[in-house]
Structure formats: structure tokens, C-alpha cells
Ligand binder design. Structure first.
Ligand SMILES: [Zn+2]
Length: 175
């Protein structure tokens, strides 16, 4: 039964919203919803391109945030636990100094996603340069960089939900 479908990516949303998504799954309309809203695929296909893309967004909105050493697609990121990318500050000894290395890792599945989703992920990760926790200040920063951030993150979670549906519910493939 569709009503029993667990929506692990959407647990933080009101039951009513989750039920709307369940209805769309039951009616096999989720793929159509995503295709209509996000018909395009972006062209940021290499780590080098991802780095340039990220630095451009940073330059636009967060010039004064700490620098980034590395930006890369990571095929080993756990999609469930790190669906929104992984932010690490690797501390390592360089000479006699301890240097924090800032990295942004984006799950490889977003390589084939809509440009809007890549943008949302990178905005999320950039906001973490200033705010570590997912607190109010963090989301305000996300919205400052991307005014429709809230809707975008919801839709991205819908996309992740859709990706993991049994194939019987995925006949309307947005890819
Ligand atoms: Zn985060």
C-alpha cells in the first residue's frame, strides 16, 4: 500500500506533505512532477568544472568566507546519510603547522541531475563554510544565496525518493 511507503528523505516535513508525495507515488506521477519542473541536465561533469562552478558561486555571494582547497564528486558518499554532500575540514600536519584543509564533496549521483539540484547542493555546502550546524543562520544564508532554497531542497528530496522507488513506480523516468 502506498500509505505504508516510508519516505526517509522527507521525514522532517508535515504528514500532509508526505501524504501528497505518497499519493503521487501511488499514481505513478512523481517522475512526471520532476520532469515538468526540472527537465534539464547540467554540464558540470568533471571535478575541475565543479571546482570552477563552486568558486563562481562563492565569488558571487560569499567572497569573504574561508577559502576552499578542493571540490570534487565522490562516488563513495552515502546518499542516505550525506544526501546533501559532505563537508569536511581535514586537519593535517604540514611541516610544523597544523593546517585545516577545506573540501567540498558532492555525491556523484548529482552529476546527472538537473542544474537546479546541483546549484542547491553547492549553495548548501558553501553555507557550511560559515555555519557548521543546520541552524536558522545556516538556512538564512542558503536563502540569501538562493531565494527559493526551501522549495528546491524539498524537490531534491523528492528526487532522491523517486530514484529509489521500485521500478514498477518509475515508469515515468525523468532521466
Ligand atoms: Zn549540511
Amino acid at each position: 500500500m502506498a500509505g505504508m511507503t516510508p519516505l526517509k528523505y522527507l521525514q522532517a516535513y508535515p504528514a500532509q506533505v508526505q501524504n501528497q508525495v505518497r499519493d503521487m507515488i501511488a499514481q505513478e506521477r512523481l517522475g512526471e512532477y520532476l520532469t515538468r519542473r526540472y527537465p534539464q541536465r547540467h554540464e558540470v561533469q568533471s571535478d575541475k568544472a565543479l571546482y570552477a562552478y563552486t568558486m563562481e558561486l562563492k565569488q558571487q555571494h560569499l567572497k569573504n568566507a574561508p577559502g576552499i582547497d578542493k571540490v570534487l564528486y565522490d562516488s563513495k558518499l552515502d546518499v542516505l546519510r550525506n544526501a546533501l554532500g559532505l563537508h569536511t575540514a581535514i586537519s593535517r600536519v604540514q611541516g610544523s603547522r597544523l593546517k585545516a584543509k577545506k573540501e567540498i564533496r558532492v555525491a556523484s549521483l548529482f552529476k546527472t541531475a538537473a542544474p537546479e539540484f546541483l546549484q542547491m547542493i553547492v549553495v548548501h555546502e558553501l553555507a557550511h563554510l560559515k555555519e557548521i550546524e543546520h541552524n536558522k543562520a545556516f538556512y538564512q544564508l542558503c536563502q540569501y544565496m538562493l531565494p527559493e532554497y526551501g522549495q528546491r531542497e524539498f524537490d531534491l528530496r523528492v528526487y532522491l525518493t523517486w530514484r529509489e522507488l521500485p521500478s514498477t513506480h518509475r515508469t515515468d523516468n525523468p532521466e
